[in-house]
Design a protein around this ligand. Structure first.
Ligand code: S3P
Length: 173
């Protein structure tokens, strides 16, 4: 089985950007669960939430991890922010590879997602409160799912990717 790095964390934590850097640095392919689900369903995440609901989306997330576990080679995965919420998914992710939590403050999320319309969970209302409440609730869940925790506020994605590789190698020794 290859080395698998799985990036988890809140929306706007930089999972996809850091995933791209890791993919460049290692030459391993990058998978993105949101993109895989959109491609398979033939519609956007927003549309899946609208027409089929969050539970169906969460089921699709579980299916995507299963499909990746069958691939033997090295890879990097950017997991959707809600992926670790299901206990089943947390177990699957930890079995699949090294789970890295990109930890950010609410301020970083709000700054990065200003004007974003693609995240149904943050659409409308008091976005600041939504981010704070969700992060409060999810923080311990992300931490319990992770093998490695990396602070990711105010940092260059390349630096974060380098720190992740050092931590992953140390963890695998
Ligand atoms: C979600 C995060 C999103 C996407 C969906 C739900 C969440 O992915 O999967 O909108 O519950 O946190 P990103 O973390 O890539 O934004």
């Amino acid at each position: 089985m290859g080395t698998h790095i799985i990036l988890i964390g809140f929306m706007g934590a930089g999972k996809t950007t850091v995933g791209r850097c890791l993919s460049r640095q290692t030459s391993w392919p990058l998978f993105d669960t949101d993109q895989m689900i959109e491609k398979r369903a033939g519609m956007s995440i927003r549309r899946i939430f609208e027409t089929r609901g969050e539970e169906v989306f969460r089921g699709l997330e579980t299916e995507t991890i299963h499909s990746l576990m069958d691939r033997g080679e090295d890879w990097v995965l950017s997991a959707g922010g809600g992926m670790p919420l299901r206990e089943e998914n947390r177990k699957l992710l930890r079995e699949a590879g090294q789970v890295v939590y990109l930890k950010v403050n609410p301020g970083t999320v709000l700054h990065r997602l200003q004007g974003d319309t693609t995240r149904p969970l943050l659409a409308g209302g008091d976005v600041k409160k939504k981010v704070e409440d969700l992060l409060n609730c999810r923080g311990p869940i992300y931490e319990s799912a992770a093998h490695i925790i990396i602070k990711a506020d105010d940092r260059q994605p390349e630096d974060i990717a380098e720190e992740i590789m050092v931590a992953v190698r140390a963890h695998l020794l």
